[in-house]
Design a protein around this ligand. Structure first.
Ligand code: AR6
Length: 172
């Protein structure tokens, strides 16, 4: 089966899919941006479960339940801080997308949405990050045929325009 890959503009906490991905920090204990929004919407049980996970390395992903969210699970991944691009940022960011899909597959998750990991507080330029995101997801989907729907959830219209353009170009 080929998964549908598309971009939408939305608040990721509202999406009714098997799972949403959180752009967390390595403590997994919450923060600002999408992480803060997810913790607020999921409720306080989420941080209790996160405390048991012992943190998460940059480029890795861990899974929790989604509590009060419409989704069933949350994949928590930790993106790299942008330091100019010469510090392995692209490989680490690609790993976030790959590991999220790998961990999702172990839970039988077949639909999930990603935010623009690292493109907020962590400063990764959006278009460079979107190229990494799209190519990493396409590659991972070739190995996880149980995944049927992957959404790139953009917070702004500008980010959505970038994703739409890249998804429609053969080079992405
Ligand atoms: N729905 C979808 N996307 C959102 C939402 C939302 N509700 N809120 C923000 N975004 P950021 P990072 C977008 O800063 O760069 C946290 O404090 C936002 O516009 O949330 O990976 C963590 O604890 C941007 O495109 O994540 C870490 O310390 C994208 O989500 C640190 O920030 C990611 O922005 C992680 O930084």
């Amino acid at each position: 089966m080929t998964a549908t890959l598309r971009a939408v503009q939305a608040d990721i906490t509202t999406l009714q899919l098997d799972a949403i991905v959180n752009a967390a920090n390595s403590s997994l204990l919450g923060g600002g941006g999408v992480d803060g929004a997810i913790h607020r919407a999921a409720g306080p049980e989420l941080v209790h479960e996160c405390r048991l996970l012992g943190g998460c390395k940059i480029g890795d992903a861990k899974v929790t339940k989604a509590y009060r969210l419409p989704a069933k699970f949350i994949l928590h991944t930790v993106g790299p801080v942008w330091r100019g691009g010469g510090h392995g940022e692209a490989d680490l960011l690609a790993s976030c997308y790959r590991r999220s899909i790998e961990v999702a597959a172990t839970k039988g998750i077949s639909s999930l949405a990603f935010p623009g990991i690292s493109t907020g507080v962590y400063g990764y330029p959006v278009e460079l990050a979107a190229n990494v995101a799209i190519s990493s997801v396409r590659k991972a989907l070739r190995e996880h045929s149980s995944m049927t729907e992957v959404i790139f959830c953009c917070f702004s219209a500008e980010d959505l325009a970038i994703y739409d353009r890249l998804l429609n170009s053969a080079a992405a």
